[in-house]
Design a protein around this ligand. Structure first.
Ligand code: ADP
Length: 736
């Protein structure tokens, strides 16, 4: 429970959390204030109750004093006269009564002298009451006792005056203690005498009121508008109080005829000591507790106001703390998402300000490091992407994790397609019995010694399209920042060109040796024959042998010249000296030279009658023509006619040499002008050569500002063309 509460608090926004804590603190303070104010209210209430009781006691004491005064006067009268109804002249009694009435007349309405049977003997003032009236049936008379103390009656309606009244009666006794007569002081209740005694209740506020009730719970006097001789407004309260006859303060319900009939009243009751009556005074609870309510209201309003002010202050102060923290959080989120450029702005030298400054410094360092990292990464990425050699990396399970475009081209899979594949899917050993480098020299193998650097092995890459490319593979380990081996980088080098070159070199050497061997054999054979001492040769035979030797020497010279030209071409010292040249004699010379070497071929030269002069090196052009004608002869093993033609076309003289020989396969056409390249078709298999003639021809044709090309149909023959620029441009009629 507590743990979940703590986690709930932890998940709250900081400002909400602080505000909540401040709020709870305020609530606790308010609670404390409430307890204190309740205590104050209680004490104030007690004080009010005490005051009310004191007021009631003071009033009661005042009434007691007056009633005692009346009693004392009545009790003093028998000392001044006998008050014996049968005593004859009652002048003395009348005088005494008049005198006494003069003293207590402000309290008592009338003094009456009765015989023991209730017959009115005298009354003062005398006008009011007819002498001789029988008062024995008056309620108060019936209650009179023989006690020596004055009797206080309950309220009654005095029949002679038809007024409500109470009576204080004193039993007069003679010297032997025998009852002689009664002396009563009547107090009319419709006079303001008794009500006037209740005047202190007016201090109790708007609803303040006071009552004097008799022992029968009948109102003798009241400051509220109630009828005399009726029960009071709080009959239950008075009944209980009269029964208990002790001073007390109680809250009682209101009753009819009040302005707020349902309101509750706080009433104090004090029994009178002189009479069996009691006085009650009080006011509505609202009036009574008005000061308390004021205190409550004031403290409530004050409390609420202080909470409000404290809340506003708490909100602003937490805001000042939380806002910079939130700024920091936003900045850190920006940094996490890669924005290291935006500065962190938190002012102030407090803890948060210092934290923000440290954070900003960290951002700057990160930005610098990130920049350096980006540059470095870009550098490596550039190397990786633009490296001519294929490169790919694998993880420890030998699955590809990345590869560069060169590797994509070589294996035929894009980066996305290749990622996750095993390197063994396309990296194979050169022959099925050998192991791949992955099996023999991979850094991931347990006992590979990497201190010596990367290990190089030779494999074959089998591409998606089925091509096989021989490669040299260099492997190097990839470590993470803890030095743990996490993968291997493979750098492949396509060695197919190198292998092809080696093959070509070997082929070239074998071809050259073969080409050298046969004329050399001729030379050696004929020379040896001629030198034989045991043989005498006819001059004709000797001449024939010497011609053969010369022919073989020409061949050797031709071959050596071609080799020399090739090496000059490589050294860029191959020279072409162009001049105004007549092409026909050049063609004739070349045809003548070739004719001498074959008797199975015929030659047909068809040139326009007037071929314009060309800008060419005549010797090199003849060399080129000899080569083309020699090839036409060589690659037409079955003989046939060789056509040499010429025409003028677009500022050039184009010469063609056609044969009806073995022809050239279409895929070879683009390669035959390359150095050392020999078309290895079935038909050309037994025809020797070194593969440099056409490359020299191309150098000559292009060196003169023209070009060389071929059209051929395999098995049917070939036509080689070369163009030579005209010395001068022709006019529109085709003339110089
Ligand atoms: P080679 O010494 O092999 O003849 P060249 O450079 O003269 O070298 O010729 C290159 C290749 O071109 C030859 O190996 C041959 O396959 C092809 N070739 C050249 N001329 C002809 C031709 N007239 N007919 C068929 N093939 C030819």
């Amino acid at each position: 429970m507590i743990a979940s509460l703590i986690s709930f608090l932890d998940n709250m926004r900081l400002q909400t959390r602080i505000s909540l804590l401040v709020f709870l603190g305020l609530i606790a303070t308010l609670g404390l204030l409430t307890v204190v104010s309740l205590r104050v209210v209680e004490e104030t209430t007690n004080e009010i109750v005490r005051e009310r009781l004191v007021l009631a006691e003071v009033t009661a004491s005042h009434i007691d004093t007056i009633l005692n005064d009346v009693s004392l006067h009545l009790a003093a009268l028998p000392n001044l006269a006998s008050f014996d109804p049968n005593g004859g002249d009652l002048a003395q009694e009348r005088q005494v009564m008049v005198h006494s009435y003069a003293e207590i007349g402000s309290y008592a309405s009338s003094l009456i002298f009765l015989d023991t049977r209730g017959k009115l003997i005298l009354s003062v003032p005398p006008k009011d009451l007819p002498v001789g009236s029988d008062l024995s049936s008056e309620p108060y008379f019936k209650e009179i006792t023989n006690a020596s103390e004055p009797n206080f009656s309950n309220a009654f309606l005095f029949s002679l005056t038809d007024k409500p009244a109470v009576a204080v009666t004193f039993a007069v006794k003679d010297g032997s203690g025998k009852l002689v007569s009664f002396l009563s002081a009547l107090i009319y209740l419709d006079s303001s005498f008794l009500t006037g005694l209740l005047e202190p209740s007016t201090r109790l506020g708007r609803t303040g009121h006071a009552d004097i009730v008799d022992g029968n719970n009948i109102v003798l006097a009241s400051t509220s508008p109630v009828e005399i001789l009726l029960p009071p407004h709080h009959p239950g309260f008075y009944r209980q109080m009269l029964a208990e006859r002790k001073a007390a303060v109680k809250t009682t319900s209101g009753s009819d005829n009040y302005r707020q009939p349902d309101s509750r009243h706080v009433m104090a009751f004090v029994p009178l000591e002189s009479a069996p009556w009691g006085i009650g005074l009080g006011a509505s609870e609202e009036d009574t507790l008005a000061p308390v309510r004021r205190v409550q209201l004031q403290s409530g309003v004050l409390g609420l106001l202080s909470i409000l002010v404290a809340l506003v202050l708490a909100w602003f102060s937490t805001n000042r703390v939380v806002r910079p923290v939130e700024t920091l959080i936003a900045a850190s989120e920006r940094m996490a998402s890669g924005d290291l450029a935006t500065p962190i702005k938190v002012r102030g030298g407090d803890e948060v300000g210092r934290l923000a400054a440290a954070f900003d410094e960290m951002r700057l360092k990160l930005q610098t490091a990130y920049h350096a990292l980006t540059v470095e990464k870009s550098r490596y990425q550039g190397i990786f992407d633009y490296m001519a050699d294929p490169v790919f990396t694998v993880d420890t399970s030998l699955r590809i994790t990345s590869l560069n475009p060169a590797a994509e081209r070589m294996i035929g899979y894009s980066n996305g397609e290749a990622t996750g594949r095993y390197c063994r899917d396309f990296l194979h050993s050169r022959d099925e019995h050998a192991m791949t480098g992955c099996q023999s020299s991979c850094p991931l193998l347990p006992d590979t010694d990497w201190e010596k650097g990367s290990i190089i092995s030779t494999e074959v890459v089998c591409s998606r399209q089925g091509n096989k490319v021989p490669v040299e593979t260099a492997r190097a380990p990839i470590y993470d920042d803890h030095g743990t081996l996490v993968g291997v980088v493979h750098v492949l080098r396509d060695i197919s060109a190198q292998e092809e070159l080696n093959q070509m070199k070997e082929q070239f050497l074998s071809n050259v040796s073969h080409e050298l061997r046969s004329p050399l054999g001729f030379v050696k054979g004929y020379a040896t024959t001629l030198l034989r001492k045991d043989a005498q040769w006819k001059e004709k035979t000797r001449q024939k042998f010497l011609r053969e030797i010369l022919h073989a020497s020409d061949k050797l010279e031709h071959l050596v010249n071609e080799l020399l030209d090739t090496s000059r071409m490589q050294a860029h010292t191959f020279t072409i000296e162009c001049q105004a040249t007549r092409i026909r004699p050049v063609i004739d010379a070349a045809v003548k030279w070739v004719k001498a070497q074959t008797n199975r071929h015929s030659f047909a030269v068809s040139l326009p009658p007037k071929l314009p002069l060309v800008l060419a090196d005549p010797e090199r052009t003849e060399q080129m023509l000899r080569n083309l004608l020699e090839n036409a002869v060589k690659y037409s093993p079955n003989g046939g006619c060789i056509n040499i033609a010429g025409l003028v076309e677009e500022g050039m003289v184009v010469i063609s040499v056609s044969d009806l020989g073995i022809g050239i396969q279409e895929e070879q056409l683009e390669h035959i002008f390359e150095r050392f390249h020999r078309a290895n078709s079935r038909l050309a298999a037994h025809i020797s050569g070194v593969g440099i003639g056409l490359s020299i021809c191309r150098s000559i044709a292009e060196g003169q500002g023209g070009r060389i090309w071929v059209k051929s149909t395999y098995g049917k023959g070939s036509t080689f063309y070369f163009s030579v620029p005209l010395l001068k441009k022709l006019d529109e009629s085709g003339m110089l």
